[in-house]
Design a binder for this molecule. Sequence first.
Ligand SMILES: Cc1cc2nc3c(=O)[nH]c(=O)nc-3n(C[C@H](O)[C@H](O)[C@H](O)COP(=O)(O)OP(=O)(O)OC[C@H]3O[C@@H](n4cnc5c(N)ncnc54)[C@H](O)[C@@H]3O)c2cc1C
Length: 573
Amino acid sequence: MPHQVSGRYRALAETKFDLVVIGGGIIGCGIARDAALRGLRVALFEKEDFCSGTSSRSTRLIHGGLRYLEQFDIGLVRQDLRERERLLATAPHRVTPLRFLVPLYNRSAVYRARLRAGMILYDLLSYDKSLPNHRFLSRNEAVELEPGLAQEGLQGAASYYDAQCAFVERLCLDNVTDAVENGAQVYNYTSVTGLHREGNHVAGLSVRDTLTGETTEVIAEQVVNASGPWLDQLTGSLTGQSGSLLRLTKGVHFAAPRAVNHALVLFSNKDGRLFFVIPWLGLSLVGTTDTDYTADMDAVWAIGDDVRYLQAGVEPALPCADWKQIYYTSAGVRALVRSDHPNARESEVSRKHLLRAHTSEEGWEGLFSVLGGKLTAYRGIAEETVAAVVRQLYRSRMAPQQTSGGLYDSGPARVCTTGTRPLPGGDFAGGDFSGGNINGMEALRTEVRRHASVLNLTETQADNLTTLYGTRAARVLQLVRARPELGQPIAPPYPDIRAEITYAVQHEWVQTVSDFMVRRSLLGFTPDQGRSATRAVAHEMGHLLCWDAERIANEQDSYRAYIELTQRFRRED
Ligand SMILES: Cc1cc2nc3c(=O)[nH]c(=O)nc-3n(C[C@H](O)[C@H](O)[C@H](O)COP(=O)(O)OP(=O)(O)OC[C@H]3O[C@@H](n4cnc5c(N)ncnc54)[C@H](O)[C@@H]3O)c2cc1C
């Protein structure tokens, strides 16, 4: 251990961690939160920003996955439906019900009977849900709900409910926030570059600041590798053990003008694959593709063929919408647990996760790897992982030669509380507006509007704060109350106000302009990707973070480079 550690890493040198988590995607953030709530000394390292990997490229559905029933993944579907219900209850500001329609075109009686059986099973597996059961709709009912649907050959539609997390980036941040408020140390822009051991047991790590190059060492008893699709590559570089536990597939979406009132389940006319058209932030999110991927994980983009595949699928079902107008794309890499069936189609590989405890025989006792796992399942995966870590800590501390620690001697009970504990911003009963009788998102919206109007903010600005922060909008309003100039818009006509940048700098680990544009605010998801706000954001952040003119310019260039990646598919047309 170096004795002189400067800057942001100083606190690391003073702690011997029970657990270090590698990777600040949804699964790593969930693990850090769960561990902190159980009283473990935990640190989380993310090489870029929290939720900048696969978690931000998903379809943003919290769902059991009707189609996984076809693969007889009954256990997975049941587990995910239970998680859906838990997230609806504990993160009501992030996870909201979403109605789906499956339009039926020229389908045989056998097909419709199979679909009906699947729907009944889906309802049975979510018998304890708060969402409505499925229904079959007549042709007229379907057209009334979705007037844009092609009508030739339309027989009707099946209707069912799942849930949507429109801003997964902030769901990650809510987990990070709760982790830190319960004692965790978290570091974005910090890459884990080395793993150390004493004998056959993990003993610590080397980390490097990916913005400044600063390095330091960390002492840790247990390490969880939650690096998603980077796992095989990282395991190889950290342990020297090569292996290919994952099958990586690329998934692409595009954002287009809003064309639907409900989520639609459609089937590609090229290969019959299922894909979605989702109403999302006032736009349509169309996706996804599913193709094997072996290229650079740090630069994934949609190619022209990906976009054309989705366009060809959606055009016949919604012929009146303009599918030539695409605002931007997103592309991410799924980490699927490699199956015994290498010839299986990408979409047929199970979405089940696997927790792997590395062993003393391998030379890496105390190291755990999380393979695969859906966004929907993240909380349950975190619970399972931290339970395994606690068992391992307990075992190693019960060993006669170990006297330090005393995991069960003191501190809070080591039981998982995340199944019922509200995430920050979702605590309607005991949160920042607890005096205001908040019993749902509508009531919260009304309350935020009431407080915001006193500060001369518009309803649109107030609603944006509710979407971004849930009950914690009260804390941003408090900044405006103390300094009214922070109520000014960042760049009209976007609804965002300057206080959001101050709050992000003070409380949300924001380090770059891109972090703010697409992971703290929704500016980057508007049709023009917030282009005309970039300069104002860079200057405001520069002022708060003491950037010089060169850094302010570089930050704007980096954001433009991000936009370029989402637009690259056009170059091949
Ligand atoms: C196109 C697509 C659509 C999807 N749709 C859905 C959906 O609708 N619903 C659903 O439930 N699931 C969905 N999924 C699956 C879901 O998005 C992922 O399973 C989930 O986000 C994985 O989270 P993660 O934390 O494991 O990975 P990631 O989010 O990728 O996080 C891993 C993190 O590790 C970091 N990292 C890597 N190496 C290091 C290092 N050396 N040091 C520090 N940090 C490191 C990375 O930067 C990254 O941020 C979808 C996936 C894709 C690709």
